[in-house]
Design a protein around this ligand. Structure first.
Ligand code: NAP
Length: 276
């Protein structure tokens, strides 16, 4: 990816599929409001939409995409199977349900939402079958720590295309990032804005002021410069637009390093580090 980025930049996943570097997260977006926010994002250039079966908004994502009039193959849809849908047969059936709700014949990136103990490898076999059948263009995982990734790499010849995890300067998982990059797994940052918890942090504000940028823009740019794909969520038009203003500046190596040291192991969601 490097520092030479724009809104149309895509990364090549390990199976050759191309994925936009910046997308829209959709957690807690529902119904007409969700459709309106997603449609707005598509209108201003977003081409990656992140949803999940558990968000209960796949139908809204599908409707907004159709309403946009943008050809399906120009939009990259990520969805995720929920924890109740592990095991081979359940996994296949869950994918078909997501496809129906989205109203599409394929998912661009299908993820295992959580590394459920004892079931995840059988589920991975189902993911491989779905990939081979063309129901998904790429398959990956979410909330996998290094040991979960090592298990898949030992067990399967299909390397996950993506690992979607919580990632920000306040949760700088450098070991996980290095492992993913060494093994051809694209890291994708969720909650890159710390769910707004740190947007007023004085350390971050001083860096943002230096670049005349918002703290949200600084956080997004920091992950992009580490070759990480990201999906900030916003339901407000001004925020959705603000989050795209990340392609006209470069954070210096010194400031990027200063941001690395903001790490405080801050998890705003669940913690997979205890999952065996
Ligand atoms: P996030 O993107 O870090 O933060 C979202 C929050 O920041 C919202 O409250 C939003 O408010 C606010 N915000 C957005 N842009 C802003 C801006 N420019 N200025 C000020 N505030 C701003 O958190 P997230 O939703 O947890 O993570 C992003 C996406 O990752 C999710 O939506 C979901 O798609 C995905 N995710 C995946 C997992 C997983 O387990 N795989 C877990 C969590 C999240 P407004 O809506 O009011 O703009």
């Amino acid at each position: 990816m490097g520092n030479d980025l724009d809104f149309s930049t895509r990364v090549k996943l390990n199976n050759g599929v191309e994925m936009p570097v910046l997308g829209l997260g959709t957690w807690e977006m529902h119904g007409k409001n969700a459709q309106k926010s997603i449609l707005y994002a598509l209108e201003i250039g977003y081409r990656l939409i992140d949803t999940a079966a558990i968000y209960r908004n796949e139908k809204d994502v599908g409707k907004a995409i159709r309403k946009s009039g943008i050809p399906r193959d120009e939009i990259f849809i990520t969805t995720k199977r929920w924890n109740a849908d592990h095991g081979y047969k359940s996994a296949i059936a869950a994918c078909e349900r997501s496809l129906r709700r989205l109203g599409t014949s394929y998912i661009d990136l299908y993820l295992i939402h959580w590394p459920v103990e004892g079931l995840r490898n059988r589920t991975w076999e189902a993911m491989e079958a779905l990939l081979n059948k063309g129901r998904c263009r790429a398959i990956g995982v979410s909330n996998y720590m290094v040991r979960h990734l090592k298990e898949v790499l030992d067990f399967s010849s299909t390397i996950p295309a993506v690992n979607q995890v919580e990632f920000s300067p306040y949760l700088y998982q450098k070991g996980l990032l290095d492992f993913c990059q060494a093994h051809g797994v694209q890291l994708e940052a969720y909650s890159p804005l710390t769910r707004a918890a740190k947007l007023d942090d004085p350390g971050l504000i001083s860096i943002a002021e230096k670049y005349s940028k918002s703290t949200a823009q600084i956080l997004i740019r920091w992950v992009l410069q580490k070759n990480i794909v990201t999906i900030p969520k916003s339901s407000k038009e001004e925020h959705t637009r603000d989050n795209t203003g990340v392609f006209d500046f470069v954070i210096s190596p010194e400031d990027s390093q200063a941001m690395d040291s903001l790490d405080e192991n801050l998890r705003t969601w669940w913690d997979p580090s205890e999952v065996e």
